[in-house]
Design a protein around this ligand. Structure first.
Ligand SMILES: *Cc1c(COP(=O)(O)O)cnc(C)c1O
Length: 402
């Protein structure tokens, strides 16, 4: 088994770990894929925002950048992590709410079609939103059954779409297994059937390079508090491909998506461009931590982040094979590095208890039923030594439980 201190010494991104709060403690954090650690700069930046911008500029702040922040920040997210040209990304709301808006928009763009396609192992909120939109619009949900240790394939999508498909809603990286879907191929297959695709990028953004424009994507949403370290409840992002911007119709028509919000006019006229996806006043304070993480990802480059992510997941799989598989643990994630995102799921019938015992020892993975312990490896804030220590602790807990 490789010595983790050698891997850390060899890691060109190792020095960035100290930029995060908590890096100095012995705690092992395996849940950066659920809530990324804050950067140390975040606290002082928030304090300065309160004093100088909020407290100092007051309402003038709206004219001095806040009003356009959902779009200027959207452009940065698009450029740094989404492979999206300017003018197609907006920040606001939660992922769930943006997903609702965009699934409704996709369905509205394909009138007369009766089905929404989604896979059975999609993240719960995605399934619930799709069920809700289907009920609201009188449509049917067409479920794709997937291997939960892998994820949706292009062949499965080809078998599910047809002339009744209005929209296909899928995750680029599966939340359970970290399977990476072949987004370009799946998008092309959906388009051949005349449908639109809504990609959920929550587990990709900031970890796995995304190429929305190259994929020919239509619509996408994603989280900013996972690999983009935006903080609990940080606002989400939505992407609308340029070719859909003039026609996209979303259901929460608010004044901030209006062509002229301060006209206070009698009727809703959608703003030109991606601003029309916005509804109400943007969560300016909540966007601040995210901008700091984008600075870091931009400096390092998303390809370098991905390269470290692949080394971390490969090491976790290697250590798990050696220390945990003899105890009956099964790797529930793809083995092909090109199909694996930023985490590894380890399966064992007693992982719920294992996770609880690990938390007592300051080793923090998360648990996903049935029997899945997720080892989330946020590339810029996780070391190889941390991986080794966390999996050694997992072995000790399993040995005692047996
Ligand atoms: C984390 C996650 C979400 C979260 O949605 P919220 O509205 O922020 O709670 C949605 N979809 C996927 C695939 C996720 O992984």
């Amino acid at each position: 088994m490789t010595d983790p201190t050698l891997l850390d010494a060899d890691d060109p991104l190792a020095r960035h770990r100290d930029l995060f709060v908590g890096a100095e403690t012995p705690l092992v954090y395996f849940d950066g894929n659920s809530l990324g650690r804050p950067l140390r700069r975040t606290g002082p930046a928030l304090a300065a925002f309160v004093e100088e911008h909020w407290g100092g500029r007051l309402i003038r702040g709206w004219d001095e950048g806040w009003f356009d922040l959902p779009l200027t920040l959207g452009d940065r997210i698009g450029r740094v992590v989404l492979g999206a040209g300017a003018g197609q990304v907006a920040v606001g709301d939660s992922t769930t709410v943006l997903l609702y808006k965009l699934v409704r928009a996709a369905v509205a763009a394909r009138p007369g079609r009766r089905e929404i396609v989604i896979d059975r192992d999609s993240f719960p909120t995605d399934r619930y939103v799709v069920q809700g939109v289907a009920a609201e619009c009188g449509l049917d949900v067409r479920w794709i059954e997937v291997d939960t240790a892998a994820g949706v394939t292009a062949g499965q999508v080809r078998g599910a779409v047809g002339e009744q498909t209005a929209a296909v809603v899928l995750s680029h990286v599966a939340y359970r297994s970290a399977w990476i879907a072949d987004a370009a191929a799946i998008t092309a297959i959906a388009h051949d059937a005349g449908a639109l695709v809504v990609w959920d990028l929550s587990h990709s953004a900031g970890s796995v390079p995304v190429r929305l424009d190259d994929w020919g994507a239509d619509l996408a949403v994603g989280c900013t508090y996972k690999y983009l370290n935006g903080g609990p409840g940080a606002p989400a992002f939505a992407y609308v491909a340029e070719r859909h911007l003039d026609t996209v119709a979303q259901p929460i028509q608010g004044w901030m998506g209006h062509a002229d919000p301060f006209l206070m006019g009698p009727d809703w006229t959608p703003a030109p461009g991606v601003r029309r996806i916005l509804s109400g006043t943007p969560p300016v304070v909540g966007m601040l931590p995210l901008t700091l993480m984008l600075d870091l990802v931009e400096e390092v480059g998303i390809e370098a982040v991905r390269a470290k992510s692949q080394r971390l997941t490969a090491y976790a799989a290697e250590v798990a094979a050696e220390l945990l598989e003899p105890l009956g643990v099964v790797n529930g994630s793809p083995r092909d590095p090109d199909r694996l995102g930023g985490h590894v799921t380890l399966l064992h019938p007693r992982m719920r208890e294992v996770t609880a015992a690990l938390w007592q020892r300051d080793v923090i993975p998360d648990y996903r039923d049935p029997g899945g312990l997720r080892v989330g490896l946020s590339p810029l804030s996780t070391s190889f030594t941390e991986v080794r220590r966390g999996l050694e602790a997992t072995r000790e807990v399993l040995v005692v439980l047996r």
